[in-house]
Design a protein around this ligand. Structure first.
Ligand code: SF4
Length: 131
């Protein structure tokens, strides 16, 4: 399958991207040819969209730990509730490092809301009782 689009500003001239949407793992080639995005190697629309997004603006779910006050453990594993643009990951980690939360904590609790005004929350990945 091959598709084209008319987008103008791209960070790279081409990229081979392994689609992670399903276990098939298609290798998708994305190329900027004179401002036109050419996408080849995907087997479905979802893979095309994933590769386009990954080429234009790659994002990742961030996983790390946050300091805890009064907790059974001093740190709690946390993650972003949505993928974060890769160029914002470092500053997001800095914001998390500046933050200390308080036990008890339930899995899914929002521990840092709207981080960097990205409309993304940092949430607890597990329960954590008081010490
Ligand atoms: S392109 Fe489609 S079939 Fe291929 S890995 Fe991605 S989601 Fe699966």
């Amino acid at each position: 399958m091959s598709t084209k689009s008319n987008e103008n500003e791209f960070p790279e001239s081409f990229k081979d991207i392994r689609c992670i949407i399903c276990p098939t793992g298609c290798l998708v080639h994305v190329e900027n040819v004179n401002g036109e995005l050419i996408i080849e190697g995907h087997s479905c629309k979802r893979g095309e969209e994933y590769a386009r997004e990954e080429f234009i603006s790659p994002k990742r779910i961030l996983t790390t730990t946050m300091r805890v006050e009064n907790g059974f453990l001093p740190l709690i594993p946390v993650r972003s509730n949505k993928p974060i643009p890769k160029d914002k990951l470092e500053n997001t980690l800095k914001e998390i490092a500046k933050t200390k939360t308080i036990a008890p904590i339930k899995m899914g609790d929002i521990l840092l809301k709207n981080v960097l005004e990205l409309e993304i929350n940092i949430i607890a990945s597990r329960d954590l009782n008081k010490s």
